[in-house]
Design a protein around this ligand. Structure first.
Ligand SMILES: *Cc1c(COP(=O)(O)O)cnc(C)c1O
Length: 423
């Protein structure tokens, strides 16, 4: 599409937007009585209006049924992890058997590494990206240490080429081949939290498998943002949180994917709990863990119902459309933002967009590396009711999301950003 730098053009795109009515499903905070421009759905998604109703229904069942709510509630608590399966499977491109909502993201990452990182003398290395999200770094480092190994030796961190901000797929594959039979696991993001780069999950997984390693992905910034096909791509495992693009509320319940081919492989270790035990025998409280089939068998504890209710409220909005439709709008929204920002400073004197310029290599988010006055511009935006986020040392992340952001908001953001740059 040929974009134009005008409010009239942005409004025209909004009129042509077939998903525009979804914005009404969300609570948008106000600033001076006007809705703020919220480009931080990559950090905490807005609250769906249905969330309150879903959570209240569980509070009502608890009040009126108490323990019987496990069996007789509107959505019986005993089976709660099943209610999100179908939509989650669609979102990440999996079979329902391969996904489960459980725990929190970093906890799930640890559980998956218990299963998919069993280092031997030779095969003991993990590849991650340099500058990985802190929690992932700590998880990987402490997992390595728990096997009495040294991260200085076992951890391989991939850096972009000098002068570049994102990793080239070819360089990732070269590193995988180079580490060969020493490589146990490749653990990369779906979408990198800082740069916004969308990784080639299929190619990376294939390369990992060719050297005999597992491939796992942290989809914190990918789930609900970009189309995924975890089953088809043969990914071994993936984990994600639900409070970013999945709009399920602060600290919301996370998710995990384990490929079908690992479903009953007893050679794969796991840390078990009663909620992963065979449903038929769970309450017999007997010795000897018998896992449920598929991802359910990785559950540990019983389901946190209130955060799962919020999760379901949000997932029904995703179910009313499709990732394909959302992606179509998202590509247009973010491309429009990219176009407007590039017009402001084509010589890159004041800032540089470090997110890949090709739509297929990014999601909603653009990461704007500020060359001067970064924090001042960021604070100026907040004063005008425009919310992005600041990542040290010098990046503003802006993520217009297709569920509730508009082309007019993108236009307004770019023009205010432009005037703050000058001022
Ligand atoms: C948001 C995010 C986390 C947060 O982890 P929690 O366990 O949910 O607190 C971890 N890793 C990545 C890559 C993230 O983007």
């Amino acid at each position: 599409m040929k974009f134009e730098n005008s409010l009239a053009f942005a409004r025209k795109l909004d009129r042509q937007d077939s998903l525009a009515s979804l914005r009404k499903e969300f609570e948008v905070p106000k600033h001076n009585k006007k809705p703020i421009i919220y480009f931080v759905g990559n950090s905490l998604g807005l609250q769906p209006k249905a969330t309150r109703k879903f959570v209240n229904e569980e509070l009502d069942d608890w009040a009126s049924l108490a323990v019987e709510g496990h069996f007789n509630g509107k959505r019986p608590w005993l089976y709660y992890h099943k209610f999100s399966k179908k939509v989650l499977a669609k979102l990440v491109g999996a079979k329902p058997l391969e996904v489960v909502a459980m725990n929190q993201l970093t906890v799930n990452l640890h559980l998956m590494m218990v299963s998919f990182y069993s280092p031997t003398k030779v095969r003991h290395k993990i590849i991650i990206e340099s500058g990985a999200f802190s929690s992932d770094q700590y998880a990987v480092e402490t997992q390595i240490r728990s096997h009495q190994l040294n991260p200085d030796d076992a951890l391989v961190e991939l850096k972009p080429r000098s002068g570049e901000h994102t990793l080239r797929t070819e360089d990732i594959i070269t590193a995988i081949k180079k580490n060969g039979d020493q490589l146990a696991l490749v653990l990369l993001p779906g979408v990198q939290y800082y740069s916004g780069q969308f990784f080639d999950i299929g190619k990376i997984t294939k390369a990992a498998h060719e050297v005999g390693a597992f491939a796992g992905f942290d989809l914190a910034h990918a789930a609900g943002n970009v189309p995924l096909q975890l089953h088809k791509d043969n990914v071994d495992f993936a984990v994600w949180c639900s409070y970013k693009y999945l709009n399920s509320g602060p600290g919301g319940i996370a998710g995990a994917f384990i490929h079908e081919r690992h479903r009953d492989n007893s050679a794969i270790p796991r840390f078990a709990g009663w909620w992963g035990h065979s449903e038929k025998e769970r309450f017999q409280m007997k010795k000897g863990f018998k896992p449920m089939d598929g991802a359910d068998g990785w559950q540990v504890s019983n389901v946190p119902i209130l955060s799962s209710a919020a999760h379901l409220a949000s997932l029904q909005i995703f179910d009313s459309t499709s990732m394909a439709e959302l992606r179509k709008k998202s590509v247009l929204l973010t491309s429009y933002l990219h176009f407007l920002l590039t017009e402001l400073d084509s010589s890159k004197n004041l800032f540089e967009i470090i997110t890949p310029s090709s739509s297929s290599m990014r999601g909603c988010q653009l990461s704007i590396l500020m060359k001067k006055n970064g924090k001042k511009v960021f604070n100026g935006l907040v004063k005008k009711g425009i919310h992005t986020d600041w990542r040290e040392p010098d990046v503003i992340r802006a993520a217009p999301v297709p569920l509730y952001n508009t082309f007019t908001e993108v236009y307004t953001f770019a023009s205010v950003f432009g005037s703050l740059l000058k001022g």
